[in-house]
Design a protein around this ligand. Structure first.
Ligand SMILES: Cc1ncc(COP(=O)(O)O)c(C=O)c1O
Length: 362
């Protein structure tokens, strides 16, 4: 059997290494994962309780339109329910964008060192993804504007950027959107928005009114701590959302995910606690990385990107043996860099205790 030729050439997505695999491989009982930007405090207790109460109804199909969750999100963001699409993670929404908007011969555009799913979902539809280098580890919107081709159909912006944690400001984004032709869809992926402290971070929902070609993505996987359930959502003009609904599976978001997301959204105390935990621990990780000779990039997200004097994969492998999983950045085109998720004091303490020996500073 022969797969489509472009599928034959693809390499599968490399996720953060699972804890169970490292436990088995190295015979360890305690393994800390600082590789996938998950919430160190876990899910909201209110979400867990909501799931427990919903278990007896698992024989029912979920609400295919995620009606209640969409209404809650609409109220939360002061939008109309018709402006919201819920997906099986924001990953799914990226694929829906590709399915709905890309044909062979179209092109997409993003940054060179960014979330790999933009390139993946484009190539899946036979639409090459053009990339523009980051400028000081940040999306260079001017260069991206100049890289637009007549065949460019979708632009992906990760803000803050995974993996560097940098952001583009409200004014810069607004200027960019004013320049981009209206027939190009701009996907603004704000997976880490709730962690941002910068006061000039885009108020992106205010821009939806003037820009029917803007789709803003958020997720319950990061600050809401529900990565295992897979819930993300997109916000945009009703016509854009209506088109995306056409290409999704009828029951794309499972019932426990919908119920847990509703409860998590109400638990803004858990969100605040998580935000505080991340901002409290960030200086500890930043200083620890600098002390062993790494150059860190100021982050607005729940992870830190650092240039390393040695290969990032070497650091990754050394830490792995001691039960700490981080992310080497070679897959992102940066072989001498790592990305570390900001976690609890105990987990970061373990990491920081191991670094001096790995970097020859002990
Ligand atoms: C920038 C960015 N967008 C989207 C996602 C995917 O999120 P989800 O779990 O909602 O599919 C991630 C996950 O790491 C991410 O970093």
């Amino acid at each position: 059997m022969q797969p489509r030729s472009l599928v034959a050439d693809m390499t599968p997505y490399e996720p953060g290494k699972p804890i169970e695999e490292v436990q088995r491989e190295f015979g360890l009982t305690e393994v800390f994962k600082l590789a996938s930007n998950e919430n160190p405090l876990g899910p909201s207790p209110k979400a867990l309780e909501a799931i427990r109460l919903a278990l007896p109804d698992l024989h029912r199909y979920p609400d295919g339109s995620a009606t209640l969750l969409r209404h809650d999100l609409a109220a939360f963001h002061k939008l109309a329910p018709g402006q919201i699409l819920v997906g099986n993670g924001s990953d799914e929404i990226l694929q829906l964008v590709a399915l709905a908007y890309l044909e062979a011969g179209d092109r997409t555009l993003t940054a060179r060192c960014t979330f790999s799913e933009y390139d993946f979902c484009s190539r899946l539809l036979n639409a090459p993804c053009d990339t523009v280098p980051l400028k000081q580890w940040t999306y260079d919107l001017d260069a991206m504007f100049h890289a637009i081709k007549s065949s460019t159909k979708v632009i992906f912006i990760s803000n803050p950027n995974n993996p560097t944690g940098t952001y583009v400001s409200h004014d810069d984004l607004k200027r960019f959107l004013a320049q981009v032709p209206q027939h190009i869809l701009v996907v603004l992926d704000e997976a880490y928005a709730e962690f941002v402290r910068a006061s000039d971070y885009p108020r992106s929902l205010q821009l939806l009114q003037q820009h029917p070609n803007l789709l803003v993505l958020r997720t319950f996987s990061k600050i809401y701590g529900l990565a295992g359930l897979r819930v993300g959502y997109g916000m945009g003009h009703e016509e854009l959302i209506r088109i995306l609904h056409k290409v999704r599976q009828p029951f794309n978001v499972n019932s426990l995910a919908q119920i847990a997301a509703r409860a998590a959204l109400q638990d803004q105390e858990h969100v605040s606690r998580t935000r505080r935990c991340i901002s409290d621990q960030m200086p500890l990780l930043d200083n620890g990385l600098r002390q062993v000779g790494c150059q860190t990039v100021p982050s607005q997200a729940n992870f830190i990107f650092a240039s390393t004097p040695v290969a990032g994969r070497f650091v990754f492998q050394q830490l792995l043996r001691h039960g700490v999983i981080i992310r080497p950045m070679d897959g992102f085109g940066e072989p001498k860099a790592i990305r570390v998720t900001i976690s609890s004091l105990i987990e970061l303490g373990r990491l920081l205790g191991l670094l001096p020996a790995i970097f020859g500073k002990s």
